[in-house]
Every structure is written in structure tokens, then in C-alpha cells.
Design a protein around this ligand. Structure first.
Ligand code: UFG
Length: 328
């Protein structure tokens, strides 16, 4: 049975990826330092190590004692706005620690990785939908750290035969069984819209209504977390047959912030009180994926492409977890 290391296994996407890998018959070793993730999100069917991927000696011991076949690397910080105000945090956690992880893998002869990258590598796109050939030009440190790890993987491939695929997620959303989105503080649109509809927060701050988009609010491609997880499973099993490259993971359809607010109100049968505020630093106006390469090369298709289903699943999880994961 293949043994897969999942880093960031206590995070929103990492915990759903873990579930999907287990379901496919893999064994999973979970890594998370719990700085942002939740202990409760880690599957009990995995061996869990509370460690940072940047802790070379501790990771070295794990690689030495477990025969890891591949690493799915999701550990990292993921808030665009925070990366603009505190780049130090992002270069340390997302770039330096990822390079330390690559170094450990290289030292212990593990040479397969699926890397959690982001649409943020494209910056403000020249055209949408965005294909992978679009130039890489991040407009915030978060996107820059992801682009740099992608580059490192390219050169590790050239020099050491590393096999890797980078998955550039667009906006992960929804929920999966007991796993949902719970960031503290919460900065993502859908959870905040749900909290506003449920009266847990006073209002939703809408960041910018003067973008060059049809209704003036920013447009994003929301993709169900289970579909993102499935892309990892498929990329992992095709690793070796696939070119070393990056793939977009999105539905190809964009929704504006106002459309998300309206749909959340409809699903919750409640008003979403909104306050319009200035644009958030580092936010591009529109990010929509051209995910045709993932479909052609891997046969990936989103199972839950509608925004209604994505929001319904998120609402269900928030309804069942009004204060998020118990125990923090
Ligand atoms: N927004 C609001 N109010 C909120 C939260 C968000 O108006 O309370 C707006 C944002 O300004 C943005 C849109 O809603 O225009 C989506 O914001 P999110 O924070 O939900 O998501 P981002 O697009 O900023 O970022 C997410 C991930 C990143 C990833 C990116 C790729 O967090 O890791 O998607 O599209 F890089």
C-alpha cells in the first residue's frame, strides 16, 4: 500500500485530500504544526506528527523511519491580504519551509511531490479564463512564494529527476462530511457571508465595488473542495506519466462577490447585511480558470460545479459547527 505524506493535513483542503487518499487505498502520514489547522480535522486513520515542514531535523527523522512514496505538500499560509502586510511570515512559512522540505526529501531519496499552488501566481491576468501558459506575475507575496516553489520543483526535476505536479487552485470552497472551512480570523468570502446571514457577525464587509467587472465587485472561480481533492488523487496516480508542470484547478465559471452574497442569502433563507468598504490590498479584479489541460491530461471533471451546491455544503457545515471546530 503506498504511503503518502500529506503536509498541512489539519487544514481545510489538506484534510479533504487526506480523506480522498485514504478512500483510494493509500496509507497517509499527516504532518501539521497546528499553527492554523485544527487537530479535529486530522483523520484518525492516519499517523499524525505535529511538526513544521521547516524543521529539517524532525522531518529527517520521519523520512528516515518511514518509507514515504510521495509527498502532497499543502502546508502553508494562504491569506492574500496578510501576505501584503506581513511578507516576512509568508516567505518564511511558504518559501523557506518548502525549500527545507525539498532538501529533506532529496536527502532521503523521496522524489515525488504534488504541490499546492494557487491562481495567485498569475497576478492581474491579461485575459480570462486563464490558461497555464499565461505569464506568471504575482501581485502579492503569497502568490510569489507559490511561484518560487513551483520553480524550485522544476529545477529539482531537471537535476535530480524529481517528479512533480503543481496544482493551481482557484477559490476552494464548500465542505466535505465533517470537514469544513474554519480560519481564525476568517477572511474568506463564503464563510463570512454565511456568518453574516446567520447573525454571527454584524455584517459582511464587501471589499471594493469599483472593479472593472459587470457589477463592480471582484470575480472568482469557486471550486468544491472535494473536486480539488480528487485532482490530487488523479495527479498522484498519473505522476511519472505526466509532464512536470502546473495545472489549473477551477470550474471555468466566475461569480462576483455580489452574486455569492445573493446566493448565500437564498440558500440560508436570510438577508446578508453588507457594508461596502475599500478594495483589499493585493486582490485582482477577476480570476477564472481555463482548466482544460487538467481535463485532457487527467480526465478530471468537477463533480460539483454549481455554486448553489458549493454554498449549500458550506452552509450545512457552518450550521452544524456554529463556533467552528471544537477545541480550536
Ligand atoms: N471578500 C469580501 N469580503 C470578505 C472576504 C472576501 O468582499 O469578507 C472578497 C475579496 O476581496 C475577494 C473575494 O471576496 O474579492 C474572494 O476573497 P477570498 O478571501 O474568499 O479569496 P481570495 O480570492 O482572496 O483568495 C483565495 C485563496 C487564495 C487563492 C485565491 C485564488 O484564499 O489562497 O483564492 O483565487 F490564492
Amino acid at each position: 500500500m503506498p504511503l503518502i505524506m500529506v503536509t498541512g493535513a489539519a487544514g481545510f483542503i489538506g484534510s479533504v485530500v487526506t480523506q480522498a487518499l485514504l478512500k483510494e487505498g493509500n496509507e497517509v502520514l499527516s504532518i501539521d504544526n497546528l499553527s492554523r489547522g485544527h487537530r479535529m480535522a486530522i483523520s484518525e486513520d492516519t499517523k499524525f506528527f505535529r511538526v513544521s515542514v521547516g524543521d529539517g531535523p524532525a522531518m529527517g527523522k520521519i523520512f528516515e523511519t518511514s518509507k514515504i512514496d510521495a509527498v502532497v505538500h499543502l502546508a502553508g499560509l494562504n491569506q492574500v491580504g496578510e501576505s501584503v502586510t506581513d511578507p516576512d511570515l509568508y516567505y518564511a512559512n511558504n518559501l523557506r519551509d518548502s525549500l527545507t522540505l525539498l532538501e529533506s526529501m532529496h536527502r532521503f531519496g523521496v522524489s515525488k511531490m504534488i504541490f499546492s499552488s494557487s491562481a495567485a501566481v498569475y497576478g492581474v491576468p491579461n485575459e480570462v479564463p486563464i490558461a497555464e501558459e499565461h505569464p506568471i506575475a504575482p501581485v502579492n507575496p503569497y502568490g510569489d512564494t507559490k511561484a518560487r516553489v513551483e520553480s524550485a520543483l522544476h529545477w529539482y526535476g531537471e537535476a535530480y529527476g524529481f517528479q512533480s505536479v503543481s496544482l493551481r487552485y482557484f477559490n476552494a470552497a464548500g465542505a466535505s462530511g465533517p470537514v469544513g472551512e474554519d480560519h481564525r480570523p476568517e477572511t474568506h468570502l463564503i464563510p463570512n457571508a454565511i456568518k453574516a446571514a446567520q447573525g454571527q457577525i454584524d455584517h459582511l464587509s464587501l471589499f471594493g465595488d469599483d472593479y472593472p467587472t459587470p457589477d463592480g465587485t471582484a470575480v472568482r472561480d469557486y471550486v468544491h473542495v472535494e473536486d480539488i481533492a480528487q485532482a490530487h488523487v488523479q495527479a498522484l496516480s498519473a505522476l511519472g506519466q505526466l509532464p512536470r508542470r502546473a495545472y489549473n484547478v477551477g470550474t471555468g465559471k466566475g461569480y462576483s462577490v455580489r452574486e455569492i452574497i445573493d446566493m448565500t442569502g437564498r440558500v440560508c433563507l436570510a438577508d446578508v447585511p453588507v457594508q461596502v468598504e475599500p478594495r483589499r490590498a493585493g486582490d485582482p479584479p477577476e480570476l477564472v480558470a481555463d482548466a482544460s489541460a487538467l481535463k485532457t491530461d487527467l480526465g478530471w471533471e468537477p463533480k460539483f460545479p454549481t455554486i448553489e451546491k458549493i454554498i449549500q455544503d458550506a452552509v450545512r457545515w457552518h450550521h452544524d459547527h456554529e463556533t467552528g471546530y471544537p477545541g480550536g
